[in-house]
Design a binder for this molecule. Sequence first.
Ligand SMILES: *Cc1c(COP(=O)(O)O)cnc(C)c1O
Length: 372
Amino acid sequence: MSSLPFLPFTRPSIDEATIAAVGEVLRSGWITSGPKVQAFEAALSEYCGGRTVRAFNSGTATLEIALRLAGVGPGDEVITTPLTWVATANVILEVGARPVFVDVDPATRNIDAAKIAAAITAKTKALIPVDLAGLPADRDALYAVAGQHKLRVVEDAAQSLGASWNGKPIGAFGDFVSFSFHANKNLTTSEGGALVLPPDVDPALCEHLRLQGVKRFPNGDMDVDVLGGKFNLTDVAAAIGLGQLPHLAAFTARRRALARRYFERLDPQLGLGLPLPDFANSNWHMFQVLLPPGTDRGAFIAAMKGRGLGVGVHYPALHLFSLYRARGWKEGDFPHAEDIGRRIATLPLFPAMADGDVDRVCSALGEILRLQ
Ligand SMILES: *Cc1c(COP(=O)(O)O)cnc(C)c1O
């Protein structure tokens, strides 16, 4: 047992000014969507090069509304990766469409863009690429295939705020871009999300879908002409986001430095599968290794916990969940995603970590894997 404090695999960094700002919102008398949400949307828009941004109460809601705005519905197919948080595929089912999975490239662990064309049918309406661990999926290849086949793209950038592609921030270019501000993401509002809108989409429609389809008129009348949901962000949450955004660049820089230290300190003899060492684009949302084939992951996680170290699993290949098996997917459909999903382990990485914490994780890995 370790006498050092427990090191979780992630922890949000929220400063005192943000905590005070949340207190101010609570005292203001206006605690749901209001001026803080508008200010947060404006700040995100500025970050995204002036593009239109609307905030939501979760990344999942953001993705679902993006699909609705992209015109995806019953009878349509949407291409995505099986190696992601299950929300990515659940929202496709939620709008009545069918997910079509394409296996990942084992080097990036993101959708293999070279395999997308073969999965396109007359019913394909959209692509949802996911930037696993904050490493952007190949935007050049994705937009080339989307352009060729006239497909909409909904970038699931839940993990990649702060990352970039060819020097441009994720969110500052492309079609729909969906962010999540869940507690574990690089920028948090506790729970929340935001959608970057392409120019052909009416922001008013986005707002109607976000809140019960309600349209209000200056004389106090209202109408409802589309079926909307209850997906609005609160000012309490937006105040957290406003406090986080100025730190984003520093968070990303610190994550990159810690990731570099992992590469320096991890013993190559352990036989771990390492992430792509990308220090130009990735925001290092997670540092994920593949355990050597045959390692008992449950025992490994328990042994790390015994040493006061948190390890996460992000994610098992989702087509093997019961909900998806019941829809016909099975073992062997996507061999790379399945292999990675069985062996992947998320090591501690968050901005407030000390260099010595990385060293502690690396020594524990050495001891445990040599014992196994
Ligand atoms: C977190 C996440 C989501 C969902 O975001 P929530 O805010 O938790 O609803 C979707 N896709 C990916 C890849 C995620 O990591």
